[in-house]
Design a binder for this molecule. Structure first.
Ligand code: GUN
Length: 299
């Protein structure tokens, strides 16, 4: 079998287009422009790339983008004061504090300071609890993107066996909650799981989010399974001065021989994350203004 390649890049462009359309409608009908504030502390190169990309796509969707770049030695109190001011600012509908934060800043304290209604990352403990209890929450962007791809590929997910590999707060745990909410039978596997290949082999849906390059092999998969690869790992360069290939957590070549459908890396889940951030910003704006939520752009 040769798997269908799930085109996350095209799907993300479609999501961004739908967001932009709704933003235009919201401006015309209500004079409201959604605003997203992104806070970056320090100069981590990968984070800088993400933040630039977020700002650009926010503006392309017709929203206001507010970027706050703070130096690496910013005191925690200063960051908390900035978050307070963004919480109080009516022009800001979404707040994202780029992670990781420098070591002297308490990440939990910072995430707890963001107004849950503006928490477009879905990391505030209130949103985590709302999601876990099946209530209306802000849902973390990467798992939301994975869910959209899965629903598009499979339609109703009800009754499917899903294995999520990885138990992070950003991807694994919220992904498991979303799949459970869509009535999947969910297994969360991790580094201590016994017989991981055997566990994965029972799954109709595999979401790999462990950060281990090409760990999931084709012969671990049930034939026809749908495979969502969240990993983005750079392999060591083959030649000196080279850049090294980007690979996922799934061994794409062998997996594509067995899976029914699979996301590539790059061009799979990656582009969906920012698209879902824009969708979440739109959702937060709708909720803040008592407007109907955008269809097909929430969990
Ligand atoms: N760093 C890596 N991924 C993320 C994310 O989804 N949100 C935030 N805030 N920081 C990140």
């Amino acid at each position: 079998m040769t798997a269908k390649i799930i085109d996350g890049k095209a799907f993300a462009a479609n999501v961004r287009g739908r967001v932009a359309e709704q933003v235009a409608g919201m401006k015309a009908a209500h004079g409201i422009t959604p605003g997203l504030a992104v806070v970056l502390v320090g100069e981590d190169p990968a984070s800088q790339v993400y933040v630039r990309s977020k700002g650009k796509q926010t503006v392309e969707a017709g929203m206001n983008s507010f970027e706050h770049k703070l130096s690496v030695d910013t005191p925690e109190a200063e960051l908390l004061a900035l978050i307070d001011s963004l919480n109080a600012d009516p022009a800001v509908n979404g707040i994202l504090v780029q992670l990781p934060l420098p070591g002297h800043i308490d990440e939990e304290k910072v995430l707890a300071a963001v107004d849950p209604a503006k928490d477009v990352d879905g990391f505030h403990i209130s949103n985590v609890g709302l999601l876990a209890t099946g209530q209306k929450a802000m849902v973390p962007c990467t798992p939301l993107g994975c869910l959209m791809l899965l629903r598009d590929e499979l339609g109703d997910l009800s009754g499917k066996n899903a294995v999520v590999i990885g138990r992070s707060n950003i991807v694994g745990k919220p992904m498991a909650q979303l799949l459970l909410r869509d009535s999947c039978t969910v297994t969360v596997a991790h580094s201590r799981t016994q017989d991981l290949p055997g566990t994965v082999r029972r799954a109709d849906i595999v979401v790999a989010a462990v950060g281990r390059p090409e760990m999931v092999k084709g012969d671990w998969l049930k034939p026809g399974a749908t495979v969502i690869d969240v990993g983005i790992n750079r392999l060591p360069p083959v030649e000196e001065g080279g850049k090294g290939r980007l690979v996922g957590d799934v061994d794409f070549a062998s997996a594509a021989e067995v899976a029914g459908a699979i996301t590539p890396v790059p061009g799979g889940v990656g582009p969906m994350t920012i698209a879902c951030l824009l969708a979440n910003t739109l959702t937060a704006t709708c909720r803040a203004n008592g407007l109907a939520e955008p269809e097909g752009l929430t969990a």
